[in-house]
Design a binder for this molecule. Structure first.
Ligand SMILES: Nc1nc2c(ncn2[C@@H]2O[C@H](COP(=O)(O)OP(=O)(O)OP(=O)(O)O)[C@@H](O)[C@H]2O)c(=O)[nH]1
Ligand SMILES: [Mg+2]
Length: 447
């Protein structure tokens, strides 16, 4: 996410942190670097001007002059202002009404349909019973697309052939009121450009359905175009918030950093992938931390917890205590870990200072994971439970079966036995009363 911008800002911050004393020249240089980095990331130029101005004012003020660590203090200010730029506090969905209506609007291909389903998944996990409404009657196959996705997500979907969008929305709300669905999420049609006909229709849906949330779904990859779209939609419709999609892609960050400041609309969610669970609530503070390389452990932990089966976590803890951790458990852990995202995404959420440079640069070979999985699959259940059985001829067989080499198999076996040793030590330490060791609630002990 925003790797170019992040790298530039992190370099500047590193230099600032290292300074015992800050001269005016140091501050000027840092501000110039920040300004350039933001402009290159396609942040709105006026936003950049105000942002840099705000930092300068604070950087030459008392809080820095009186600080014992002025460099650190400036870094803190940059973090603070970056979070403020994106809205500071997380802006949550407000689901008033029974049922509450969430209306999604946006240009063609911005991700409305996908976001509608992701949102439904997110809300179902939070204990709600959402209903999707297929209000795009223009693009052939649009209703079908929503239906297919909603089935994958096991969320009900209302569609009606031949009806007008407003009518479909009203029917969906009626159905929801009758069957106890809440909220109703309206997936409206996109257009290539903003045109009057579309706006009129959306206005009419808004007037009749009185959505509690009217969210613009906009593609972060399009940079300032996304921000301009937000401005136009907001002027005409009065948005309650924005969903930025495709933040997982190669976006420079301009949209995320300007949309709030330009339109005044909060970013409520970020789309971070094509899968139906790739939606994150947008936390300005955490995003600022991620960009500045301070990591975002909170999101990582939340993701881990969301994907973690409590029962399994407890079982695993027991196994670790009894030192019965097997390859079977290892594979399960690996799969859970993989659900958190790609290795690069996970690395980006760890504080830069704690991840050795080499590791951070390392492009972790995704194939490596597949290889490990293949090796474990080629073992017999007995071997998985008791790796000591795996002698030379078995190693040859496993390598052949998994399309890997004996070296690959050996490496995995060595790593695994090192891990077991580590767990043993942790268990021993715990017995000796080292509080907190081995108490990780079924986390990812192989890390
Ligand atoms: N990588 C990535 N792809 C996304 C994300 N959100 C949506 N997409 C992809 O973007 C494409 C368009 O998504 P849709 O949900 O169909 O967009 P839409 O706004 O409903 O499009 P129209 O109905 O044609 O206006 C699809 O291929 C999605 O998989 C995201 O957060 N990350
Ligand atoms: Mg669509």
């Amino acid at each position: 996410m925003f790797s170019n911008l992040a790298e530039k800002l992190q370099n500047t911050m590193r230099r600032l942190r290292g300074k015992g004393k800050l001269t005016e020249k140091d501050v000027d240089l840092a501000l110039r670097e920040i300004r350039l980095a933001l402009l290159e990331a396609d942040v709105n130029f006026k936003v950049v001007k105000d942002f840099v101005g705000g930092i300068r004012e604070r950087a030459v003020g008392e809080e820095v002059r009186k600080s014992l660590t002025p460099g650190q203090q400036v870094v803190k200010i940059v973090h603070d202002e970056l979070a403020a730029l994106m809205g500071r506090e997380q802006s949550k969905l407000r689901l008033a009404g029974s049922p509450a209506v969430v209306m999604l609007v946006g240009l063609q291909g911005s991700g409305k349909t996908t976001t509608a389903v992701k949102l439904a998944v997110n809300l179902s996990r939070g204990g709600r019973r959402p209903l999707l409404a297929a209000a795009d009657t223009y693009r052939p196959g649009a209703a079908e697309q929503l239906k297919v996705l909603s089935e994958t997500a096991a969320v009900p979907c209302y569609a009606q052939e031949g009806a007008k969008p407003v009518q479909i929305c009203r029917e969906a709300v009626r159905l929801a009121a009758r069957e106890g669905y809440d909220p109703v999420i309206l997936d409206t049609a996109g257009r290539l450009h903003i045109d009057d006909a579309m706006m009129e229709e959306l206005k009419e849906i808004k007037r009749q359905l009185k959505p509690a949330e009217l969210l613009l779904v906009t593609d972060a990859m399009t940079g300032q175009d996304a921000v301009n779209a937000a401005s136009s939609f907001h002027e005409t419709l009065g948005l309650t918030g924005v969903v930025l999609t495709k933040l997982d892609g190669d976006t420079r960050g301009g949209a995320a950093l300007s949309v709030r400041a330009v339109t005044g609309c909060p970013i409520k969610f970020a789309g971070v992938g094509e899968k139906i669970d790739a939606l994150e609530p947008f936390h300005p503070e955490r995003m600022a931390s991620r960009i500045l390389g301070m990591g975002d452990l909170l999101t990582l932990i939340e993701k881990a917890e969301a994907g973690l089966d409590e029962q399994k976590a407890r079982e695993l803890e027991q196994k670790l205590r009894r030192q019965e951790f097997t390859f079977e458990d290892f594979r399960e852990q690996l799969q859970q870990f993989r659900q958190l995202g790609s290795m690069e995404e996970i690395m980006a959420m760890l504080p830069a200072a704690q991840v050795p440079k080499d590791l951070r640069r390392l492009k972790v070979d995704e194939k490596q994971f597949k290889r490990i999985d293949a090796v474990i699959t080629s073992m017999t259940p007995e071997e998985r439970n008791n790796p000591a059985l795996i002698n030379r001829s078995r190693r040859l067989r496993i390598a052949g079966g998994s399309g890997t080499t004996v070296q690959d198999v050996n490496r995995l076996l060595t790593q695994f036995s090192q891990m077991q040793k580590l767990f043993k030590q942790m268990g021993a330490m715990e017995k000796k009363g080292f509080k907190g060791m081995g108490k990780k609630k079924g986390g990812f002990p192989f890390l």
